[in-house]
Design a protein around this ligand. Structure first.
Ligand code: B16
Ligand code: MG
Length: 214
């Protein structure tokens, strides 16, 4: 393996808790609520697709595109107020250490995330310098399970898809990696991420030796 491509939310950091709070505030303003369990469906899903889920849960119909854009902007403002307070202490266990061990072994590293806030998050976590390339929601048009985000990552790193391992916590993300002809390591549960080549609970449970055995 010549390259590792990491999803951001759920693999490097748990920003889902902040997405949840911000979406919940938007839903509450419209007069309804949704559960943490429902929030699971939003992991790895783009901002506008997340909004569509939430509107359907609240049975809100007839919103114009302009109104939807305003709602998404409002949510993103609240979300940014929270992520701007993030510190490196919020990096998930083992994430920094594993990415660093890849670099030490000459393996290229990239981020492949749906989030348009990726640059802010990487800066707040002081991780930006650990990645050779960053492909995020700002440079991708087709959402996961389309492999675009990871294929662009491979191109940016100058490697072929067969040389890449993707680390993903979302079902659509694992599918995107497999659709792109890459190996996929699922971060989470085996039941949910059944299409992954291997599933671990976190990067603290993964090692370079395991990379070579994929
Ligand atoms: P933004 P990932 C995803 O990040 C999140 O899991 C998902 O909940 C979010 O809606 C999406 O990014 C877009 O985020 O509103 O910041 O552009 O898992 O692909 O790193
Ligand atoms: Mg994710």
């Amino acid at each position: 393996m010549k390259a590792c491509i990491f999803d951001l939310d759920g693999v490097i950091v748990d920003t889902a808790i902040y997405h949840y709070q911000a979406w919940k505030r938007l839903a509450n303003e419209m007069g309804f609520d949704f559960t943490e369990e429902q929030n699971e469906h939003l992991k790895g899903v783009s901002r506008m697709a997340s909004l569509e889920y939430i509107l359907s849960w609240g049975k809100i119909v007839g919103k114009t595109d302009a109104e939807k854009a305003e709602m998404a902007t409002r949510k993103n403002k609240w979300y940014n107020e929270m992520i701007n307070q993030m510190t490196p202490a919020e990096i998930l266990p083992g994430a920094r250490e594993f990415v660093q061990s890849c670099r030490d072994a000459g393996i290229k590293t990239a981020i492949g995330s749906a989030s348009k806030n990726t640059p802010t998050i990487l800066n707040k976590l002081q991780l930006a310098r650990l990645f050779d390339a960053v492909v995020d929601g700002n440079s991708v048009t087709n959402p996961k399970p389309d492999p675009e985000v990871f294929l662009k990552g491979a191109i940016a790193l100058g490697v072929t898809p067969e040389d890449c391992v993707v680390f993903e916590d979302a079902v659509a993300g694992v599918e995107a990696a497999k659709n792109g002809g890459m190996k996929a390591v699922g971060i989470g549960s085996k039941e949910t991420l059944s299409k992954a080549d291997l599933v671990v609970s976190g990067l603290d449970k993964f090692s370079l030796e395991m990379l070579n055995n994929l």
